[in-house]
Design a protein around this ligand. Structure first.
Ligand code: NAD
Length: 419
């Protein structure tokens, strides 16, 4: 039974995945009950003075799913579809993700129901600061640390950090991650999720015995995660043949010039208008012939409608929740190797963890250290997951979920139930 306030397809998906894993690992019934409901959920109304002097109220959310292993951690999403159920699902996935990677955090997520592209910069600043002030009682470097996600960026993190610092009366860089370098951001954070996506994809290619020079890649979404993933994948020697953003996609079986497309996209040209290949819809993009398909946009992109038509060998889930439960079963039967979201996109939270450690210690690392440590942590998580999948003859998704849930269950078991 789902609490009515959390009724959202992503929360149904997160719960169904949890149930499957809990069943497979024979998880204690009492723990199952506890882990199905978020620890704290806050919903806030955000009245904002618009530039035309009207007042508009936006809805904001912050959900902390679990904090048994440490402060909770999770991004902030600005998107018109954000609601409590979606944020709760993303918070639950964060709990398993941090535990699977072995970083000492619980899971959280936040968001505002807004299309940030429809606001002026000063409206966006007022909205962000009001949101930070409203969720202030829940956040902080020892409590819950926000970061970037869809529709948010370094500037937004700087405003949240500043608002938090104004409230306490001194600068607290560790209150958020994904912020600019000048206020305690980390080298390598901006590209971290994409770099992690590439690290695990390279491990999967090795495991499957596929050479990089025979590897073609299609990436859906060309924001922070998608653009860095495409760039690093092509720098590694793979051929990127398909790319898209919300406007549509571009396909060239002979290979796309990724650095050139990044330049054009930065100057404001949507992918659907960039020359150099055939223009395809986002739906068509997902079924292009390729070695690796990387959804890096929204959830529920691979569904019962298109799962039978996918033509990739490896699916690396850079986005959160891109594959529905029914589609997952179809892909399993078709023997497509899936690197599940909680493993594939964990590079972001791993380098966020490095950023927080650097902020707390007031001691900053060089980019080589960050890349090396990211490589060690994420490839170790990949191989732990692969070993469990092989040993238990199960999927990478179930193995990853079981790995994360087991860590959280151990923490709850030793801490006990208060009071
Ligand atoms: P972003 O806002 O920077 O980029 C999103 C991209 O998706 C844009 O290119 C947008 O045009 C495209 N898009 C939007 N709607 C689309 C649609 N219907 N079809 C195709 N493309 C569409 O967001 P991001 O930070 O790159 O996040 C992308 C995904 O990665 C999300 O699922 C997010 O939760 C996940 N993620 C992000 C991070 C991070 O560090 N930013 C970390 C882990 C997971």
């Amino acid at each position: 039974m789902i609490i009515p306030e959390l009724d959202h397809p992503s929360f149904h998906l997160a719960l169904a995945q949890f149930d499957q894993a809990a069943e497979a690992m024979n998880l204690d019934d009492k723990l199952r009950e506890r882990l199905k409901t978020p620890q704290r959920s806050l919903m806030v109304g955000l009245p904002i003075r618009m530039d035309n002097d009207h007042v508009k109220v936006f809805m904001g959310y912050r959900v902390q799913h679990d904090s048994a292993r440490g402060p909770s951690k999770g991004g902030v999403r600005y998107h018109p579809d954000v609601n409590l159920g979606e944020v709760a699902a993303l918070a639950m996935w964060m709990t398993w993700k941090t535990a699977l990677a072995g970083v000492p955090y619980g899971g959280a997520k936040g968001g505002i129901k807004v299309n940030p592209n429809e606001l002026s910069l000063s409206e966006l600043e007022r909205l962000t600061r009001r949101y930070a002030a409203e969720i202030f009682p829940l956040i902080g470097p020892d409590q819950d640390i926000p970061a970037t996600d869809i529709g948010t960026n370094q500037q937004i993190m700087a405003w949240i950090m500043d608002t938090y610092s104004q409230q306490v009366g001194f600068s607290v860089p560790g209150a958020v991650t994904g912020k600019p370098l000048s206020i305690g951001g980390s080298l390598g954070r901006e590209e971290a999720t994409g770099r992690g996506v590439v690290e695990v994809t390279l491990e999967a290619l090795r495991y499957k015995g596929i050479h990089l020079d025979k590897t073609t890649v299609v990436v859906q979404g060309f924001g922070n995660v998608g653009s860095h993933t495409a760039r690093i994948m092509s720098e590694a020697g793979a051929q990127v043949v398909g790319l898209s953003d919300v406007s549509g996609g571009i396909y060239n079986p002979g290979g796309l010039n990724v650095p050139d497309i990044i330049q054009q996209h930065k100057s404001g040209i949507p992918i659907s208008e960039i020359p150099g290949g055939d223009h395809v819809s986002n739906e068509e993009l997902l079924t292009l012939d390729c070695t690796v398909l990387i959804p890096a946009a929204l959830s529920e992109q691979i569904t019962i409608r298109n799962a039978s038509n996918l033509r990739c060998k490896i699916l690396t889930e850079a986005a959160n929740g891109p594959t529905t439960l029914q589609a997952d079963a179809i892909l399993r039967d078709r023997n497509i190797f899936i690197i599940p979201d909680i493993l594939a996109n964990s590079g972001g939270v791993i380098v966020s963890y490095f950023e927080w450690v650097q902020d707390v210690q007031r001691f900053f690392w060089n980019e080589g250290d960050i890349r090396q440590r990211l490589h060690e942590i994420i490839t170790a998580a990949f191989h732990r997951t692969l070993s469990v999948a092989e040993e238990k003859k199960t999927t990478m998704r179930l193995a990853a979920l079981m790995g994360g849930i087991d860590q959280v269950a151990q923490a709850h078991t030793v801490r006990g139930l208060y009071p």
